[in-house]
Design a protein around this ligand. Sequence first.
Ligand code: AVI
Length: 315
Amino acid sequence: MIASFKKDIEKGLSSSPKTLPSKYFYDEIGDDLFVKIMHSEEYYLTRSELDIFTNQTLQIIKELQLEQSTYFELIELGAGDGLKTKQLLKKLNEEGYKFDYLPVDISQNALSNLKKSVNKELPNVSIKTQQGDYFKVLESLKNSKKPKAVLFLGSNIGNMRDNIATQFIHNLGRNLNANDKLLLGVDLIKSAEIIKPAYNDSQGYTRDFNMNLLFRINKELGGNFDLEQFKHEPEYEESEGIAKSFIVSQTDQDVHIKKLDMTFHFAKGEKISTEISRKYNDEIIQDLIKESSFSLVSKLTDSKDYFANYILNRN
Ligand code: AVI
């Protein structure tokens, strides 16, 4: 981990414009902050998707074409705390469906916690956690003859650039069989008035989440970033539909990173790009899947039309 962290930080801070990969938000501190973000008033994404999973559960089951008589696998990529999925598990269980729930995550800690809570709240649900890289796990599951429904929720796909997301969907298709399903949860394009506060909450959790990148570089690589001299700055234009997070240097300054044996210069006002969170509409989704083996089955939205769950069929 430290080797790739070092390499990615060196590459990102040496490029112009400077970048830092958002995947490094998520250490123990970052995981904690992300939970706080999800519960914050301004971050509507989690609540909106939970609204769909709570109020349209039977519709989800119908659109996924799950059958009571056929054993299937419900695979979740990047399972987190499973809050939304548990609504679906509960309904499937009540209605007598036969299935294995296979949450996939890189973090064994997240999976262990999820397993404990599912075992406690839904003791009849069969949960088989899968630790590792999404595609390696999917490849290992490919030979199973059971129908599959894959969940990729939370607008996690929005943290990928469109070309990477297209590739991701393509790879998913390669690892599934005909008539398997994909449920893709995405945040929808809407006004800056709603989106910008979601990436700049009043409690400062998102600021700390973003600044955690500099904190980690200081802690793990011996950097001397003065966090007071950098500022969290989100941007969003509705016409583009992409929320962007930056860290902006407040002054002309040099930062030394011991473990890289390198010094980086930051001009006053210079921005480090740290994350993109793409927002979607039907056209963008159609564009993402047009070269893939998926076709659109249906779309469910929450009561405010903020968020969508697209259901796709593997042809
Ligand atoms: C995980 N991901 C979908 C979040 C998002 O909305 O892009 C990460 C996040 N970044 C800032 N706040 C939340």
